[in-house]
Design a protein around this ligand. Sequence first.
Ligand SMILES: NC(=O)C1=CN([C@@H]2O[C@H](COP(=O)(O)OP(=O)(O)OC[C@H]3O[C@@H](n4cnc5c(N)ncnc54)[C@H](OP(=O)(O)O)[C@@H]3O)[C@@H](O)[C@H]2O)C=CC1
Ligand SMILES: CC(=O)[C@@H](O)[C@H](O)COP(=O)(O)O
Ligand SMILES: [Mn+2]
Length: 396
Amino acid sequence: MQNVVILGATGSIGASTLSVITNNPNAFKVYGLVANASVDKMLALCVQYQPQYAHMVNERAAMQLKAQLPSGCVTEVTTGAQALNALVTDSRTDTVMAAIVGAAGLVPTFDAVKAGKRVLLANKEALVMSGELFMNTAKASGATVLPVDSEHNAIYQCLPQQVQDQLGYCDLNANGISHILLTGSGGPFLNTDLTTLSAMTPAQACNHPNWSMGPKISVDSATMMNKGLEFIEARWLFNTQKDQLKVVIHPQSVIHSMVQYRDGSVIAQMGNPDMRTPIAHCMSYPQRIHAGVEPLDFFKVGQLSFCEPDFSRFPCLRLAMQACEQGQEATTVLNAANEIAVESFLAGQIRFTDIADVNHHCLDSVQQTRLASIDDILQLDEQARKTAKSFINALN
Ligand SMILES: NC(=O)C1=CN([C@@H]2O[C@H](COP(=O)(O)OP(=O)(O)OC[C@H]3O[C@@H](n4cnc5c(N)ncnc54)[C@H](OP(=O)(O)O)[C@@H]3O)[C@@H](O)[C@H]2O)C=CC1
Ligand SMILES: CC(=O)[C@@H](O)[C@H](O)COP(=O)(O)O
Ligand SMILES: [Mn+2]
């Protein structure tokens, strides 16, 4: 029985993780649930799963949750950075699902890695910000990092065992691998008339053709910044060298990514677009469990198609690929700028096409100081957020 802590329990990945646990009650116990401020959702989860701990980052939310928990519920409600650190590093915590959205997930995820836990990584932004430090820390602590993001999970499944065992420092070339092919759907605006892009609304941007996800990642899919963040994520997870990583648009999201070998073989991982598959894979690795996902029906899949990304439609993808080449300072700035830009777009303060302009401006103007620690990363993140906010204020 694995004791599981879910960071981001009230979100989309949190719900899928809890569904996998519900399907496998003898293998997993919900030990701790973490969210920011969604009291009603957390209350319902506490009643259903009776975790040992429910942690709310927002202090008021923690007080409200405490007041509303029914008597007889075993859950202890906590708040504050120290309590969160204690939960992820607790000797009874076996597995941490890292599924807080954005930079807010970095510290608890990193703490779990430092403590040598089994870390199931959905929070790609943590790796975008701290990639090198994150993977080095995992190696030093002996933490097992398993990629939940559907593409990275697919790539992982297509790699040989010895490469899987050396996540973060594997030599792809020495293992006969020529390329990693990172697939992306192109999102809801793949074929939208370019002249109308600036008028696209948050609801249209969040209307992903294949996946049901939280609002931030949905907008990132629409700009293809999601693929850019995933490009950086793959760079760190699979230690890719220049030109080993390619983005392929595949609108149906049936193939979740591929690995191309020197001898001409291409190994792909396929399945219905349902995050419970990669989550179940990570939770049970190296075993296989029931995820509650319908098997892929090849007679109903229809046509699978592929094309190259068009950078004039998706400038954020190019920015991310360039930032990846520049290094961790640039990717930290880009991630922070993008979080502010997406938040402002969702709040109706900027246009869809302004997101790329905010990101571009921050990459060009934020001074990129050398990053040696998580504190350095958080400081640069803060600086980039300030710059993004000033730029947005000047737009309006
Ligand atoms: N959804 C998906 O299919 C996929 C998601 N991912 C990645 O997984 C992560 C989560 O995505 P998703 O589940 O869609 O996001 P959601 O928006 O659905 O959920 C976000 C979760 O994070 C919590 N949260 C937000 N801010 C904070 C904070 N400051 N401190 C603590 N908790 C916070 C939310 O709590 P509250 O409800 O209280 O606000 C909620 O539980 C992202 O990094 C995303 O890129 C990767 C692949 C696929
Ligand atoms: C489910 C998942 O992993 C998302 O990151 C998904 O890939 C988003 O779809 P896009 O390929 O459109 O970015
Ligand atoms: Mn993905």
